[in-house]
Design a protein. Sequence first.
Length: 336
Amino acid sequence: MSTHRVGVIGGDGIGPEVVAEALKVVAAAGVQLDLGHYDLGADRYLRTGDVLPDAVLDELRALDAVLLGAVGPPVGSTAVPPGLLERGLLLRLRFELDLYINLRPFNGTGPGGDIDLAVVRENTEGTYAGEGGFLRRGTPHEVATQGSVNTRHGVERCVRFAFELARSRPRHHLTLVHKTNVLTFAGDLWQRAFDEVGADFGEVETAYNHVDAACIYLVEAPGRYDVIVTDNLFGDILTDLAGAVSGGIGLAASANLNPARTGPSLFEPVHGAAHDIVGTGRANPLAAIRSAAMMLDHLGEADAAARITKAVLECARAGTGGASTSEVGDLVAERV
Ligand code: IPM
Ligand code: MN
C-alpha cells in the first residue's frame, strides 16, 4: 500500500484540536499517512505578515491532499484585515489548486424526516471570482460593482460532477438551485448547461428550484433533496442552512475537490475557528473527522472512509452528550 502525502493545516482557534481528532481516527482506521504540518492562518500572519507564501503553495501542490482545520482571528479582532485570510489563503487555495467542486454532505433528522443530501457548490467562479471594483471610492458618488463570473467550462464541469454523483446515489435525483427568473444571464447559462449535460444522464431525475424557495424547502422538508447543484454564493448560504437544519454546523464536513486530479484536493469542516471555546474540550470534532473520511475516499481508501463516515453518523445520531473533543474522537476511533 502506498502512503498518501497529506498536508495538515491545523490553523487557528479550535482548528488544531479538531484536526488532531481526525488524524487519530484515520490512524485507528488503519490508514497510514505521510503528514507534513503547515503553519498558516491568523497566528502565522500576525507573527510574520505572511498569508500564503508562493514557496508554501508550491509544496502543497505536490501533495496528495490537504486537511485543514479552521483559519481566522477571534471574532471582533481587528488585527487581521477583513477578507485577508479568506481571499489570500482559503480562496487562493481554491483558485490555485483548481478546487472547482465544494462537496458538502448532510445527514440527520430534520423537519419531516430523515435528511440525506449533498450540495455540490461551484467553488471557483460566481461572485467569488473577484470581478468588479470601485469608481470614485470615498466620494458621495462612489460606485462598487461585484460581478458574477460564470464560464461555460466552469458551470459545465460542476454540473457534470453533480450528475455523476446523483447517478451513484440510490435516489438518482438532482435539483438545480438558482435564481433564473432574475439572474437571467447567469441563470440561462446554468439552465442550458444543466439540460444539455442532463441529456447524458437519462437515469437521473431532475428538478429546479429558485434559491429563495429552496430555503423554505430546506427548513420545512429537507428530506425532499438528494443532490443539489448550485453556484458559489448560493451554495455558501444554502450549506450553512442545511447544516443548521441537519444537526448543527458542528457536523458539517466539506471537500474542496479537484476532480480532474491535476493537484491535491482540500478537506475541511465547514465551521470556523471558534476562539471562544479553544481549550475547553467543547469543540465538536465530528465535522473534521467526516472531512478526513471524505479525504480518504478521494485517496482511494473507500473502505476506511465508509467505516469512519458510518461511525461519525452513529455518534451524531446517538448524541455526544457531555463528551469532550478528545472523548468524541475516542468514541469514533473505537467504532472504526
Ligand atoms: C465557507 C466559508 C468561506 C466561503 C469563507 C471563509 C471564505 O464561509 O467555506 O463556506 O465563503 O466559502
Ligand atoms: Mn460559508
